[in-house]
Design a protein around this ligand. Structure first.
Ligand SMILES: *Cc1c(COP(=O)(O)O)cnc(C)c1O
Length: 323
């Protein structure tokens, strides 16, 4: 393993998050399935964006910024966690969210307020429009002496992806105690940064482990994920050394991004009832159900243990429930 560069980092979450075997689920499906509880990372209701923000907001601080902009859907977990982390670092947070017909003040919108974010809506389907609006507001703030840091949707930049390499380092450190033979790390893929960090982390720390991204949106993640991973590798002063079969995308979108899938509901309820763990209908519920369907169809036959990365998102349950 090559020496990785140390990048500016600010501790925001409580790490390492727990990793343990799901005993009831493993017995039921005849396969050892582990869960990495990044939903228990100690900020708000938890979630994957905190690992990215530990690098993104450190960079914002290093640049002398006092304001952070980001975006997402009205129920964005990323926007909410950015609000929480920015507040903790004494930075102002401006969220410009896609309105898309959302009118009810529920779920993450309640949390955005608690964390003191300046929440604005735009009635657009294009993030291009939102980034233009960020530039406009930024220019006004700059006149008043403020300096802003812009985080794109999902925090999925190469620097954000660096944060997820740490998740695999933790898994590697936690596993020997349990003696598991991990063959796959599986997570939801929504903007790509998490899966990219897992791919790079697997190549660096657990080179025999493959990464499967479960796509919950229809973007071309087969290209986006390795590109982000290569960019993250460069920031860390190394390169992404791919081997055949180290990464694949499987799409489990259903009717569309953020539209709950009725066929996933039994899987979400099963995990809640057998293990006490809550999934959300937009990301983790789709990824979890998709992974179990692959398992049931023999897709992981001949392989070892699976690790499912729980990326958070439960606040959505209070905004949309299950299908
Ligand atoms: C953002 C998010 C994801 C997807 O992560 P990306 O890095 O955007 O691919 C998965 N699960 C939850 C709960 C999220 O909020």
């Amino acid at each position: 393993m090559s020496e990785l560069k140390t990048l500016p980092h600010v501790a925001l979450g409580v790490y390492p998050t727990p990793l343990y075997k799901l005993e009831n689920i493993s017995a039921k499906y005849g396969r050892n399935i582990w869960v990495k509880r990044d939903d228990l990372c100690g900020v708000a209701l938890g979630g994957n964006k905190v690992r990215k923000l530990e690098y993104l907001l450190a960079e914002a601080k290093a640049q002398g910024c006092d304001t952070v902009f980001t975006t997402g859907g009205a129920q964005s977990n990323h926007a909410m966690l950015t609000a929480a982390c920015a507040a903790r670092l004494g930075m102002k947070c401006i969220l410009i969210l896609k309105k898309r017909g959302v009118t009810e003040h529920l779920g993450n919108l309640i949390l955005d307020d608690i964390y003191g974010a300046d929440v604005r809506f735009m009635d657009t389907d294009s993030y291009g429009d939102i980034y233009d609006e960020m530039d406009r507001v930024d220019a006004e703030l700059a006149k008043a002496g403020h300096k802003s840091f812009h985080i794109p949707v999902g925090g999925s930049t190469p620097l954000g992806a660096v944060g997820y390499t740490n998740c695999v380092r933790e898994i590697k450190e936690q596993l020997p105690r349990h003696g598991a033979e991990v063959s796959h790390i599986v997570s939801a893929t929504g903007s790509g940064g998490t899966t990219a960090g897992l791919l790079l982390g697997a190549r660096v720390y657990l080179p025999h482990t493959k990464v499967t991204g479960m796509g919950v949106d229809t973007d071309p993640f087969e290209d986006i994920v390795p590109d982000l991973a290569a960019g993250a590798a460069e920031l860390l002063g190394t390169s992404l050394d791919r081997v055949p079969g180290d990464f694949r995308m499987v799409y489990h979108v259903g009717q569309g991004y953020a539209i709950p899938n009725p066929e996933d509901t039994p899987y979400i309820e099963e995990l809640a009832r057998l293990e006490g763990i809550l999934l959300d209908p937009v990301y983790t519920g789709k990824a979890w159900a998709g992974m179990l369907k692959l398992l049931q169809n023999g897709d992981f036959d001949g392989e070892g243990d699976l690790v499912f990365v729980h990326t958070g998102g439960a606040a959505a349950l209070f905004a949309m429930g299950l299908a």
